[in-house]
Unconditional design. Sequence first.
Length: 303
Amino acid sequence: MNRSSTRLFPVPEEQQGAARSWIDHGERTPMKPRPASSVVLIRDAPVGTEVYLSYRRGESPLGVVAFPGGSVEENDDEPVTWYGPSPAHWATALATDDHHVARRFVIAAIRELFEETGVLLAGPDASSLVEGTRHPQWMEAREAIAAGDRTFAEILAKRGLGLRTDLIKPLSAWLSPDFAHRRFDTRYFAAAQPVNQEPTLLASKGVWGQWRWSAEEIMQRNTTSLGDEVNQPNTVGRGLSELTVPAVELILEKIGSSRGCIAYLSHKRPMKVFSPRLVEAEGETKIEVECSTATEGSEQRGR
């Protein structure tokens, strides 16, 4: 039985003006959402299931603290060697009728994960994966992609690598609320940390990134511990709901209540498209989300 509930989340501080204007002056035609992808990197640790979170500069639609990700780019249409489910299969998994669109979401997800963390879900064949991506040459490749000097497809082709699309799992789709000046259609994926690969910050842009115990972040969501630890002007003194978008907090809940990495990744879930909407509650603007109350990957026992 699929149970759901309605949840309220705060409007990000930088979007409160747009939200109030949307209510006070009446609704208008929303901005067209831009496609984006985000990857939840997950691993098992002695304390429980952990995810990799990082600080994002500027007004990121993925949140101040978020999973690796970013916009789909024109270069994501370039030809690459492809291992795993076909783009047509991915179209079904990602709730889109266009396999070209699905292909872009998948490539953007793997590209952004590599650019932001150095974790590369690619190999020379359908059963192999690159190892040890901490060499300076890999950082140079990440910087070249970030700067637009090289494309992801060029980096892969130079090293004879193909994308291991079988190593990411679809999670959910999120549309930015109508009032937002910058709207995104974001597909969230999950992937297990590969053996012999460890995430590192991009040298030119990275500020903070860490493995975090999902269950603990949820237990401490009403404190400012995470924001204080990130220690940036727009994180200190802020709780989890003020640092992340609803998608991140809800995914952390699901992972925190799962029985581990494998159980979470193997859980069969339909691709739900979330369409958060703006509401007024007790004189404040809030973002309302209808979400499932079911656990994913069974309940995680205490550790």
